[in-house]
Design a protein around this ligand. Structure first.
Ligand code: GLN
Length: 466
């Protein structure tokens, strides 16, 4: 086995015992990147100091330090700030923007001694479910390069799946960590809203957006999560451990049977049922749960998300950040900069968001979406009282072909099962549940668990038993 194919947990043991060094491990990842990144386009930039970071980690270990992530090479999504490094959100607007400070998650990873290999490709400003909205070219799925890796954290998911890193950070506003994790056959997790600090992560839809982790195993994902989670004075939505009551494991899995009739491919459903059987053989009981308002989630998401994006992205005005074009007067400067800097999907969402927030339409759309949100949150809380987690397929199908979902509504439907956890703020995770065959290729599919607020322990426990 090549070193870059190790899990974080296994590499960590070998680093601790002195069997390998971080320089060797990092070099193995750099070799894999050199071999495959031209084809996959997963990294937008590979950092020139990765080996120097690894050497520094090895020196820290020699001096007696021993964090499980010390010397672990990771990939970072291009909307997370690393001081002195470019962070473009895969947008022309920020193509040459250099971060002036570290995101809190980066600060924590630096303290732990992780190595940053580079920044990964994504849908522009994290808007998309296929990674085709990047201003710097699509990412290819490592299992079949005629297919998308999912999005918007497609670069991070493809990098983990192709062993171009040991783990990665992404962001998840409506499924952007879990959906690409499912399509690439890796584990992807988004925490309870407020579980991980968003300081230094580009805002896209502030009430939905969370940083998430991608890894090869649930154990690795849990280690990454535990390292970066927690209260942060720089993000007022973060909370202290203990805010949510501890839940005792009940060994019960909730299955929303009514939702499984929603156009899921037959072989994906078969994989799901087979996974449920595995749980039963481990002593879990399956309980039918009902989320009557679940069919409203996607519509509510595509009102709330553009509404918030239209305000969050108002800061890109050609004065404060990034691209700055001149057109004679101030309003002309705004129009020229935003017209040239933002891609088509970003402009579509800004227009949609501005529309649903405008007087006259605010009550008809935005206020109703917020009402649906409150209802969904209550229904999830109720459904979760009697079970440890709720299980669903992460997506209705395996990864689509490049170009297959070019029509916006078809693209939005990719998120039908993932957006709910962002609307309700629950923690959720996608774990591989095997593969299905398409055109002679084996394509991974994922199983999504959703847990009660603050119950990441229960979430990871379910994932680890699968
Ligand atoms: N695909 C969804 C969207 O386009 C989710 C994006 C995300 O989670 N960042 O909004």
């Amino acid at each position: 086995m090549k070193l870059n194919e190790l899990t974080i947990t296994d590499a960590s043991k070998k680093l601790a015992s002195g069997e390998i060094t971080s320089v060797q491990l990092t070099q193995a990842c750099l070799d894999a990147i050199a071999a495959r990144n031209t084809e996959l386009n997963a990294y937008l930039e590979v950092f020139d100091d990765a080996l120097a970071q690894a050497a520094a980690a090895d020196a820290r270990r020699k001096a007696g330090e021993n964090h499980p992530l010390l010397g672990t090479p990771l990939a970072i999504k291009d909307n997370i700030l690393i001081e002195g490094r470019r962070a473009s959100a895969a947008s022309k607007m920020l193509e040459n923007y250099v971060a002036t400070y570290d995101a809190t998650v980066i600060k924590k990873l630096k303290e732990a001694g992780a190595v940053f290999l580079g920044r990964t490709n994504m849908d522009e400003f994290a808007m998309g479910g296929s990674n085709e909205n990047s201003a710097f070219g699509a990412v290819k799925n490592p299992h079949d390069s005629s297919r998308v890796p999912g999005g918007s954290s497609g670069g991070s998911a493809a990098a983990v799946a192709a062993h171009l890193c040991l783990g990665a950070l992404g962001t998840d506003t409506g499924g952007s960590v879990r959906e690409p994790a499912a399509f690439c056959g890796v584990v992807g997790m988004k925490p309870t809203y407020g579980g991980i600090s968003r300081s230094g992560i580009m805002a896209m839809a502030a009430s939905l957006n969370q940083c998430g982790v991608l890894a090869k195993t649930a154990e690795d994902a849990e280690l990454l999560f535990n390292t970066i989670a927690g209260l942060d004075a720089l993000d007022s939505q973060t909370f202290d451990a203990g805010v949510y009551p501890k839940r005792a494991a009940q060994k019960k899995i909730g299955v929303p049977r009514a939702l499984l009739a929603q156009g899921i491919d037959a072989d994906v459903l078969e994989r799901f049922e087979a996974s449920l059987k595995k749980f039963q053989s481990q002593g879990y009981t399956l309980v039918d749960v009902d989320i009557p308002s679940a069919p409203l989630a996607l519509a509510a998401y595509y009102i709330i998300m553009p509404a918030e994006a239209s305000t969050d992205l108002a800061r890109y005005d050609g004065v404060r950040y990034g691209l700055s074009l001149k057109a004679g007067d101030l309003v002309g400067d705004y129009a020229a900069t935003r017209g040239a800097g933002f891609g088509q999907e970003v402009r579509r969402r800004i227009m949609l968001g501005t529309y649903v927030l405008s007087s006259g339409y605010y009550d008809a759309y935005y206020a109703k979406a917020l009402a649906a949100r409150a209802q969904l949150r209550a229904e999830y809380a109720k459904a979760l009282t009697g079970v440890d987690v709720i299980a669903m397929p992460t997506t209705t199908s395996p990864a689509p072909k490049l170009g297959e979902k070019s029509e916006p509504l078809a693209m939005y439907l990719l998120d039908i099962f993932t957006v709910t956890a962002n609307i309700t703020g629950n923690p959720a995770l996608s774990v591989p549940m095997g593969t299905v065959e398409r055109e002679g290729k084996q394509l991974p599919v994922g199983l999504q668990f959703t847990a009660a607020h603050g119950d990441e322990t229960g979430l990871f426990a379910a994932a680890k038993s699968l």
